[in-house]
Design a protein around this ligand. Structure first.
Ligand SMILES: Cc1cc2nc3c(=O)[nH]c(=O)nc-3n(C[C@H](O)[C@H](O)[C@H](O)COP(=O)(O)OP(=O)(O)OC[C@H]3O[C@@H](n4cnc5c(N)ncnc54)[C@H](O)[C@@H]3O)c2cc1C
Length: 317
């Protein structure tokens, strides 16, 4: 720890909101990752802005974390600041839309997607049902263009407020974000999403709630929700399904240490005990190699692996 940096950081955020050497495995749904040098939970966008300004000025690495449901950190942890987006940056307010039959949701980036979907449903707004079972925050979902069952964030986003690496606020319209499959322009730069405006249509509350129940039941049936995971390990290659390719390559149940390809759904890598990121990365590369050998298809990870140097080391072994 650098005492001078710590002193500057705790001038911005109260010391009880700055943890040192915090195990990141406690903050990722797949339960992997070593310690974060500084783990900070800001109370406001202004604190967030000042943290970004400080880390940029002092050339300290900074990583923004939502619910950690799509990230794997290195076993060595993260040298720098991990900023956790959650409460109190999780306000949700539902307003009437400008157009007849529409509703508007203003939402903080730290809000849980499931909670936004449920509140929209309770208000009789349709369009967020797809997101009710995605265990992320709004910020992570906007960056990833999270989607399921035919819906995607891009279908409901009007605009997104971010703070850029210079600590300035910028507003992006949905079009400017150039959304694609699990892609947005926000992935290209250090932007911190602060909040967004979503626009939804008015619908029948009971039908919306029934759809959410149905989609969540389908998830429980098909996905290994009883184990820690980061959701789909790989993106869907064009014309194929990653899970099907992995299954057809005979890799269901394939294991490296305590990391395993789920028997229930081969698209998921699960942590069945004391898995490590080293094991996870090895497993990902083994699956990539086997699927490419067998079907000539390269599987690109959907999970974001932070501290990628581990992968390079593994390639050399
Ligand atoms: C059981 C399970 C099921 C899943 N099902 C789906 C699914 O159906 N569809 C789907 O798309 N995904 C799914 N996922 C993956 C994951 O939930 C989504 O990608 C989700 O949107 C990630 O949100 P998060 O808050 O957890 O982001 P994190 O995992 O914390 O972060 C993901 C990325 O977003 C960045 N980020 C997070 N918040 C911000 C912010 N405020 N500003 C800037 N950058 C930010 C992080 O730096 C990181 O690069 C699933 C995961 C699990 C564990």
């Amino acid at each position: 720890m650098d005492l001078n940096f710590y002193r500057e950081l705790t001038k911005i955020v109260p010391a009880e909101r700055v943890k040192l050497d915090e195990p990141l495995k406690n903050h990722t749904t797949i339960r992997l990752g070593g310690p974060a040098e500084y783990y900070v939970t800001p109370e406001s966008p202004e604190q967030l802005r000042q943290i970004l300004f400080l880390t940029t000025a002092q050339e300290v690495d900074c990583y923004i974390l939502g619910n950690g449901s799509n990230v794997i950190f290195s076993d060595k942890g993260y040298k720098g600041v991990v900023v956790k987006m959650g409460p109190p940056q999780d306000l949700i307010s539902i307003l009437d839309g400008e157009e007849e039959g529409m509703g508007v949701i203003r939402v903080g980036a730290g809000a849980s997607l499931a909670r936004v979907a449920m509140q929209a449903a309770e208000a009789g707004l349709t369009g967020m049902e797809f997101a009710a079972g995605i265990p992320g925050t709004v910020g992570g979902a906007l960056l990833m263009n999270a989607g399921a069952y035919g819906g995607e964030m891009k279908d409901v986003v009007k605009d997104v407020l971010v703070i850029n690496s210079m600590g300035r606020y910028e507003n992006y319209t949905c079009k400017q974000l150039r959304y694609g499959y699990r892609y947005s322009i926000l992935q290209e730069d250090t932007n911190v999403i602060v909040g967004a405006t979503l626009v939804l249509r008015r619908g029948d509350k009971e039908e919306i709630l029934a759809k959410i129940t149905d989609l969540n039941n389908r998830r429980r049936e098909k996905q290994p929700l009883e184990y820690p995971s980061a959701g789909s390990t790989f993106k869907r290659p064009e014309g194929y399904f990653a899970g099907k390719l992995i299954e057809d390559a005979g890799l269901k149940g394939y294991r490296v240490g305590d990391m395993m390809i789920s028997e229930k759904h081969a698209g998921f890598m699960i942590n069945v005990g004391e898995g490590t990121t080293h094991d996870a990365v090895q497993l990902i590369m083994d699956v990539q190699d086997r699927v490419e050998e067998k079907f000539g298809v390269f599987l690109e990870p959907e999970v974001r692996i932070v501290g990628y140097h581990d992968v390079v080391e593994l390639k050399r072994e």
